[in-house]
Design a protein. Structure first.
Length: 212
């Protein structure tokens, strides 16, 4: 005998079949949510699309890209504190300016000596060569500041530069013949002063390239 009764909320036999139609189709106040199946349980934790993949790559990339592996630590730095490119540029500019100033000083000293003593001047060519040499020598001497930087002995570097310049000047006066009337010694003394002045100015140019 056929039964014409309406299926119950739990299926045709009243026991099996699943959830009500309103729940399945969203008609009874329930709606289908992205990431949830018909049973109401989501896939977010199971397949790892939202939890595993979003957490893992973000965590790893953040530490690896930030240099936590130590591969890029201190790269491009001189003595761990100075930017190499800026140090090179600053010292090249210093060498050029020092060479120009040295040329002018040496040329004028030579010209004055020639005018006073009547000895022919060496000319601008010799002054250019001497000026370039003194500028380069001063920068090379100034590079010795890099190992001193950060040790607390920075002021002693400038004291050492001045002391060496004075010692060289006195030795050259005594041994070069200035006391015997050799006025050309003054040209060499001018070169010594220019070298010392360049070396004295080098620490400031190097410190301006310090990475802070």
């Amino acid at each position: 005998m056929a039964h014409n009764q309406t299926p119950g909320p739990y299926g045709e036999d009243g026991r099996t079949g699943g959830y009500p139609a309103g729940y399945q189709a969203g008609q009874g106040g329930y709606e289908a949510r992205p990431g949830y199946d018909a049973a109401g349980y989501g896939h977010g934790y199971g397949d790892g699309a939202g939890y595993g993949q979003g957490y893992g790559p973000g965590y790893g990339t953040g530490y690896e890209g930030a240099g936590y592996d130590g591969a890029g630590a201190g790269s491009g730095l001189l003595a761990g504190s100075f930017d190499v490119r800026r140090v090179v540029v600053n010292l090249i500019v210093l060498a050029v300016l020092a060479a120009v100033v040295s040329f002018v000083v040496i040329f004028l000293v030579d010209l004055v000596i020639s005018t006073v003593t009547g000895v022919p001047a060496r000319g601008a060519g010799a002054a250019v060569i001497t000026g370039a040499g003194t500028g380069l020598a001063g920068v090379v001497a100034g590079l010795l500041y890099i190992p001193v930087a950060g040790t607390g002995n920075e002021n002693l570097f400038t004291v050492a530069v001045v002391a060496l310049a004075v010692a060289a000047a006195v030795a050259w006066v005594l041994l070069g013949g200035l006391l015997d009337g050799n006025w050309r010694v003054l040209v060499t003394l001018a070169g010594i002063v220019c070298v010392a002045a360049t070396a004295y100015a080098a620490p400031t140019r190097i410190e301006s390239a310090r990475v802070r």
